[in-house]
Design a protein around this ligand. Structure first.
Ligand SMILES: Cc1cc2nc3c(=O)[nH]c(=O)nc-3n(C[C@H](O)[C@H](O)[C@H](O)COP(=O)(O)OP(=O)(O)OC[C@H]3O[C@@H](n4cnc5c(N)ncnc54)[C@H](O)[C@@H]3O)c2cc1C
Length: 334
């Protein structure tokens, strides 16, 4: 059994940022992640569109190269019907489309360079301190055991930590299906710097045209159980992916020895534009609570309360904003 200061489960944006932040605090850090996502393949996945603030944050964290290497396109405005809203009006830089596989690989490679030990395995359970409810580490599918002062659960939609702790999961929407894929763009119809949000009664379609003549599409629906056959006349290519995007958050999102970050703590559908941004911010903030606890252990409950309150408040403000947006656009999802 090996011992670390910090163990992180999952190498998505939230886990990698937490690992890099931990290494910068000089913590002995172990990042354990499933291998599947990092296996080589020739498929070009649909791009994900990141909020302009992601670029600002990653630049400040010295990680701008992760965006540059995964760059697939840029967008300066979002068209909804005839209404075009530009980021320039809010004095924000442009939004970007990125290849998530490349982005995550770059983050993981950087974490490794910072001294984080990377292990490809599946975490299956948590261990407890003797005679206490404090989490003291994890066990993996290979039967390996590791201990740490803190474990960060960044396992994304698998939500390992909250499920194992049997924490209550609060739902704020019915089950919502999201499909995503890539199509050939109709360059005459879709300008490469304008994304399109196309609402309908049952959900919406997001079209993100890229400079390379492709368009990534994401479709959300409450009722349909089938993938969309036709994407507004565009020729579909590549594989279609599905995910359940029911809005949900665990209560609480931390306890002594364990902090949940990113999608492992709370999920809202991609129309909020917050998935990757929230992963990055929560990865940084989780690591703020730990050094404070190390130097001042008697105040641990207060630092955990601060993190839990921040996560809940941010999440609830997204729920409020997106619910209003759906109501304003007659999207009948709730
Ligand atoms: C179809 C779709 C479209 C989206 N589009 C956008 C978008 O355009 N913009 C945006 O900002 N967000 C978008 N999102 C949301 C965004 O992808 C997520 O919010 C983001 O990936 C969350 O990051 P994370 O680090 O929390 O989790 P993830 O990125 O999911 O990473 C979790 C990692 O943990 C690993 N893992 C899981 N369980 C274990 C285990 N037991 N042991 C070891 N490793 C484990 C997984 O393999 C994975 O590598 C989209 C989501 C979907 C499904």
């Amino acid at each position: 059994m090996s011992s670390f200061d910090i163990i992180i489960i999952g190498a998505g944006p939230s886990g990698c940022i937490a690992a890099i932040t931990a290494a910068r605090h000089n913590y002995k850090t172990l990042l354990i992640t499933s291998k599947q996502k990092f296996e080589p393949n020739n498929l070009l996945p649909a791009s994900e569109s990141i909020h302009p603030a992601c670029h600002t944050m990653l630049t400040k964290l010295g990680l701008a190269h992760c965006i540059e290497k995964s760059f697939r396109g840029t967008y300066s405005c979002i068209q909804t019907g005839t209404n075009v809203a530009g980021f320039f009006e809010q004095k924000l830089p442009n939004g970007l489309h990125i290849n998530r596989k490349v982005f995550d690989e770059e983050l993981l490679a950087y974490a490794n360079k910072c001294g984080v030990k990377i292990l490809f395995d599946e975490v299956v359970d948590f261990t407890y301190e003797h005679n206490s409810s404090r989490i003291s580490g994890i066990t993996t599918s290979c039967g390996l055991r590791y201990t740490a002062f803190y474990t960060i659960d960044a396992s994304g939609r698998k939500r390992l930590g909250g499920r194992k702790m049997k924490w209550q999961e609060k739902h704020f929407s019915p089950p919502l299906g999201v499909w995503t894929g890539t199509a050939e763009s109709d360059c005459a119809q879709y300008k490469a710097t304008t994304t399109h949000f196309i609402p309908n009664e049952d959900g919406w379609l997001w079209l993100a045209p890229e400079a390379n003549g492709l368009v990534s599409w994401t479709k959300l629906s409450r009722n349909s159980k089938d993938p969309p056959f036709e994407i507004t006349g565009l020729k579909k290519i590549q594989r279609t992916k599905f995910a359940n995007m029911r809005w949900r958050i665990f209560r609480p999102v931390c306890t002594e020895g364990l902090i949940l970050t990113g999608d492992a703590a709370g999920i809202i559908d991609p129309a909020a534009g917050r998935g990757i941004l929230n992963g990055i911010i929560s990865g940084v903030l989780a690591l703020e609570a730990i050094p404070k606890t190390k130097t001042n252990p008697v105040r641990e409950a207060i630092y955990l309360f601060d993190y839990d309150s921040w996560f809940l408040n941010t999440y609830m403000s997204c729920v409020k904003q997106l619910s209003k947006y759906y109501r304003d656009h007659n999207i009948n999802l709730m």
